[in-house]
Design a protein around this ligand. Structure first.
Ligand code: ADP
Ligand code: ZN
Ligand code: ZN
Length: 701
């Protein structure tokens, strides 16, 4: 078949036999499956090479049909059956099918992008005849071929005794394991030793000869977990497979193959690991289940956490969701008894949680955004030789550059957004757009009035770093943010410096808040938290609370006396009040009550239709047409459609954007409407200069 000429017409392959028709999923922006023919049936879940339009593509067979959906003379033959892998397993196909239906996307957008790149690039496949195919190369790796279906017998002795609280929690989680199914929410304060429980549960499942999937938000930020898992659960390196997006294609393929062949019994990875075939899967753990990174933000906008729960349910295996600040969706399910709630209210090492103090900035004399109280606290920790963290969720030097005489502010040429001043010693300063990435040199004079007095307004991590270096010349200061960690390995190097005690003050964005166990951290100062509170999104307080609890949780993990100082203009806001009492329960209860009053998730389900066009009017017109269409459908009963509105940042990279929010108290009603409406929206978009998409359970509105 490899040598068959590229012909749009099908002869009679093999002479007398009649062809079979294959419904093939392709990753193209068109709905539905595509018919191709072949001389023998091909199992669902097998990859095939086909020509689509003029392009060679890899597709996946979804079904075999007797008759094609289009006239038979328009059906092309497939070019090759890729027999380098067995068909994808049935449970994996079910998961993909569910994801496609739930997120209202074509199957091809699910089945193919989740495969490691070499398995979906036509050029990478050289056929089973050639020995050099990507899969064969993976096989030749030492150790990769050795099947270890047996238990993961890492060190048999656990290095720590469980605390009474951990033991009680483990007992409860164990009933889940013995029942063989169900979802548990492990709600444990930061430092309560959730990891230890994941490890013990995983050990039991591995000992039964089954596989374990552990999902983490961002693998590059949690190298410690990988080390611990390796040391505790894996005897041979081959037992653990790690998957995340920063791997090279080859490494990703090898890890995927070892996991999907059952050679690796433990798979640790980020959201993309969820869609790996795992033939003996016995347990799924989702650490920091509330984390926004579980939601994919482009293409198929799926939630790996939600799909993990579905996969566990489908397979009849337990799923453990862990968090110090569970998402309100998960919390409500635990409250309703859908999930078993298991609590770890105390830290494992008898260290009290750090004191969280609110510092009222309304009447304070600020020096570069710092209150005297925070500066004194930093000084005191320096004198005691303890580390401090200054947390500020804004990278760059200053969020905007401004002309003092006419009020001009730096603006992106391509977006309706200010450009951020980036300025670090030894490099040319630039004005960078955080929406489109465009970077421009800093003008010498105001483009509007010619005045040369251009001033940075506000501050980001670079300016804070600069200020602290002036203020505390004796201190070793490290900045950790997306700019400082762009090069591969630089994040690891910076974190190593902190862990080794080669840093006194750490200035960082949310990158530093996750997972890290900083032994010597005694003080956390939080700047500009209010900006996060007043973001225009109903989940803003929830995210702020989770984030501040996380950062606070970095402090005082080895010694008492740790403090968190949160500077705010609004100390009476209930998110801050709950925060300084470490009171997640109170925060969750009052937030849920508020959401219920307003009919917001988790008391309703939402979908967001977004439209993009060169001119906002076209995007809005389209969404209004969709809304009018919905109103004319009987399926819209019980579903509420908001007005179409421009996005807060309307224009990004010269494209203008608008959205239409659709909401219903019943998930069924919402999806019922979408099933009918979305195909019609496709028709409405035809001939209009718009692109559109839909997101289910949007996290940012
Ligand atoms: P969490 O993930 O809940 O924030 P960790 O799992 O990181 O907490 O645990 C916090 C710290 O406590 C880690 O350094 C861990 O090694 C330690 N730890 C966990 N359980 C115990 C225990 N039973 N005895 C002593 N130390 C423990
Ligand atoms: Zn000016
Ligand atoms: Zn821009």
């Amino acid at each position: 078949m490899l040598d068959q000429p590229d012909s749009p017409h099908l002869g009679q392959p093999g002479g007398s036999t009649s062809p079979v028709y294959l419904a093939v999923a392709l990753d193209v922006p068109l709905p539905g499956l595509f018919d191709y023919s072949h001389d023998v049936p091909v199992a669902p879940g097998v990859r095939v090479r086909v020509v689509f339009g003029r392009r060679a593509m890899i597709g996946m067979v979804w079904a075999v049909r007797d008759h094609p959906g289009v006239s038979a003379d328009r059906v092309r033959p497939i070019e090759a059956v890729l027999d380098d892998l067995p068909p994808m397993p049935a449970d994996w196909l079910r998961l993909a099918d569910f994801a496609a239906q739930y997120y209202h996307r074509p199957l091809g957008e699910v089945l193919l992008p989740v495969l490691p790149p070499p398995l979906r690039k036509p050029a990478a496949y050289t056929g089973a005849r050639a020995a050099g195919g990507p899969v064969c190369r993976a096989d030749r790796r030492p150790g990769a071929g050795a099947l270890r279906a047996g238990p993961g017998n890492g060190s048999a002795v656990d290095p720590v005794m469980l605390t009474a609280g951990q033991q009680a929690a483990l007992d409860q989680l164990q009933t889940l394991l013995s029942a063989g199914r169900g979802v548990a929410l492990l709600h444990g304060v930061t430092g309560s030793g959730k990891t230890e429980l994941y490890l013990r549960l995983a050990r039991q499942v591995l000992d039964q000869g089954r596989q374990v999937l552990i999902l983490v938000p961002e693998i590059n930020l949690t190298p410690q977990l990988e080390q611990v898992v390796r040391a505790r659960l894996c005897s041979a390196a081959g037992d653990l497979a790690v998957l995340h997006s920063r791997l090279s294609d080859g490494d990703r393929l090898r890890a995927w193959l070892r996991a999907s062949r059952g050679q690796a019994s433990l798979l640790l990875g980020t959201r993309l690991a969820l869609m790996t075939p795992l033939p003996r899967l016995g347990l799924i753990v989702v650490d920091e289940e509330h984390d926004a990174s579980y939601k994919q933000q482009d293409g198929l906008r799926y939630s790996a956490r939600d799909l993990a729960v579905w996969r566990g349910h489908d397979l009849g295996i337990p799923v453990v969701l862990g968090s110090a600040t569970p998402s309100l969706e998960t919390w409500r399910r635990a409250q309703r008894g859908d999930y078993r709630l298991v609590s770890l209210p105390e830290r494992a090492q008898a260290q009290p949680l750090p004191d969280i103090l609110l510092v009222d900035t309304r009447r304070a004399q600020l020096e570069q955004g710092f209150t005297p109280q925070l500066l004194q606290a930093l000084e005191a920790r320096l004198e005691q030789g303890e580390q401090s963290l200054v947390f500020l969720n804004r990278r760059g030097y200053a969020p905007v550059l401004r002309c003092s005489s006419c009020g001009w502010v730096s603006q992106c040429r391509r977006c309706t957004a200010h450009t951020v001043l980036h300025r670090v010693a030894g490099r040319r300063a630039v004005l960078q757009c955080h929406h489109c990435g465009d970077a421009q040199p800093v003008p010498r004079a105001c483009p509007d009035c010619g005045d040369q007095d251009l001033q940075p307004m506000g501050r980001g991590t670079q300016r804070v770093e600069e200020f602290l270096a002036e203020r505390f010349p004796q201190a070793r200061i490290i900045r950790i943010d997306a700019d400082a960690t762009r090069r591969k390995g630089s994040a690891e190097a910076l974190f190593a410096q902190v862990h080794d005690g080669r840093a006194d003050i750490l200035v960082g964005t949310q990158m530093v808040s996750k997972g890290h166990d900083f032994a010597r951290l005694g003080l956390v100062g939080v700047l500009n938290a209010d900006a996060m509170l007043f973001a225009q999104d109903f989940r803003a307080p929830e995210r702020l609370f989770a984030q501040l609890m996380q950062v606070a949780g970095r402090a005082g993990r080895r010694a008492g006396g740790a403090q968190v100082l949160v500077q705010t203009d609004y100390p009476d806001q209930q998110v801050y009040q709950a925060l300084c009492r470490h009171d997640y329960l109170r925060f969750a209860e009052s937030s849920l009550a508020e959401r219920q009053d307003l009919g917001l998730p988790p008391f309703s389900s939402q979908a967001l239709v977004t439209a993009q066009a060169t001119h906002l009017a076209d995007a809005l017109d389209f969404l209004r047409a969709v809304r009018a269409q919905a109103d004319s459908l009987p399926e819209s009963a019980g579903v509420y459609l908001y007005d179409a509105v421009p996005l807060r940042v309307v224009r990004v990279a010269r494209i203008e954007r608008a959205q239409l929010l659709i909401e219903s108290p019943g998930r069924g009603a919402l999806h019922g409407l979408l099933r009918v409406l979305l195909p019609q929206a496709d028709a409405l978009a035809a001939g209009r200069p718009v692109r559109w998409g839909v997101e289910i359970d949007p996290q940012e509105i």
